[in-house]
Design a protein around this ligand. Structure first.
Ligand code: PLP
Length: 371
């Protein structure tokens, strides 16, 4: 199988620039307007701020270039995930979601979809295709899963879901379109939180949905316009600004993660490590096939919650925080949110700090646990 290749991030930087007229600003203008000038009959142009905004439309244009598909921007990753499900399920639908993916997707399904007559089933990501997909209208996958970093074979899942007559949605948050291309692997819809690496500076929430399926696109657009969950122009502007440096940051973060994972794996206090880039990782062969990079998330298991907290809190180059994908390396003990992981399980999001400086700080914090 040919691994889908990433788009050209250099051309992405000039998408707008190549359309400019003399005197136009090179940086993206920020349009704050709820009203548009519409004299006489409406001719289909921008009319009202819940339906149209030039700043978020340009963000969609850039994300659409990266996804190579039409994109809708949403005010958070969860807003995009919610739109993807409300655009595709109805009362009586049967859906499959990961039992070990981002926990709020499970909460959305259990708290709301089930009440509307949608049957929700769950399966672990590493055995997602086992049992087949017969009878599922919508299958929602997340690979690598957050926080366990298990993978499922997206091409095989997509073929099997389609053979069973279903539709596949993939949450690609952990990889970004530069690291993995689910639409090229057969997915019908990609959703992602751009709050993570695309925004990249931990200062904005944003999300998007990408699909070449016209019906899903229209339904998701209507969901956003009618429901009113639209991105704010300022946030869209910040997310766009983040995207402009995504390639540089993502490259550095993935490179550093590869170095750190090797060293963490060799540390005597690290009982278990998951990183798809390690040759010893159960997902390594699949990762090599379907991912352009191995990502910037590493999970390690230390002996106890106390050890995990001490490792995080005593390292001056790790921010103790939830979320991931920012320029600052961050980490957290995921059991604190109820994820089914060991008490000493730590998800590390590798930032853009130079690798050796970061490793020195991490190693010192780990070594201090032994004394
Ligand atoms: N999907 C995954 C895999 C996530 O990790 C997250 C957030 O952590 C989300 C979706 C939701 O994104 P947001 O917080 O932007 O709503």
């Amino acid at each position: 199988m040919d691994k889908p290749t990433a788009p050209k991030p250099g051309a992405m930087l000039h998408l707008r620039g190549n359309t400019l007229s003399e005197g136009d600003p090179v940086a993206l203008p920020l349009t704050h307007s709820s009203m548009y000038h519409v004299p006489g009959d409406w001719n289909g142009g921008p009319s009202y701020g819940r339906a149209d905004n030039a700043t978020w439309e340009h963000l969609e244009h850039v994300l659409g270039y990266l996804e190579d598909a039409p994109v809708l921007a949403f005010p958070s990753g969860m807003a995009a995930i919610t739109a993807s499900l409300f655009a595709t399920v109805k009362a009586g639908s049967r859906i499959l979601i990961p039992s070990d993916g981002y926990y709020v997707t499970r909460r959305l399904s259990e708290r709301f979809l089930q009440n509307l007559g949608v049957a929700v089933e769950q399966r672990p990501t590493d055995s997602f295709a086992e049992g087949g997909f017969e009878g599922f209208d919508v299958v929602f996958a997340e690979s690598p899963s957050n926080p366990g970093l298990d993978l499922c074979d997206l091409r095989a899942v997509s073929d099997a879901v389609h053979a069973a007559g279903g539709l596949l949605i993939v949450d690609n948050t952990t990889m970004t379109p530069l690291g993995q291309r689910p639409l090229e692997l057969g997915a019908d819809v990609v959703v992602a939180s751009d709050t993570k690496a695309p925004g990249g500076h931990s200062d904005v929430l944003m999300g998007h949905l990408a699909t070449r399926n016209e019906d899903v696109l229209q339904a998701a657009r209507d969901w956003r316009m009618i429901g009113g969950g639209i991105p704010g122009p300022q946030e869209a502007w910040l997310a766009h600004r983040g995207l402009e440096t995504l390639e540089v940051r993502f490259d550095r973060m993935c490179n550093t993660a590869e170095v750190l994972a090797q060293r963490l794996a060799a540390h005597p206090l690290v009982q278990k490590i998951r990183f798809p880039g390690l040759a010893s990782d159960p997902s390594h062969e699949l990762a090599k096939q379907q991912m352009a990079r191995f990502g910037f998330l590493i999970s390690i298991t230390l002996d106890s919650a106390g050890q995990a907290d001490a490792f995080i809190n005593n390292c001056p180059l790790i921010r103790a925080a939830t979320s991931f994908g920012g320029v600052h390396t961050s980490a957290e003990r995921r059991a604190r949110w109820g994820d089914a992981v060991a008490p000493g399980f730590v998800r590390i999001s590798v930032g853009t700090e130079p690798a050796e400086e970061l490793w020195s700080a991490m190693a010192a914090s780990l070594d201090a646990l032994q004394t």
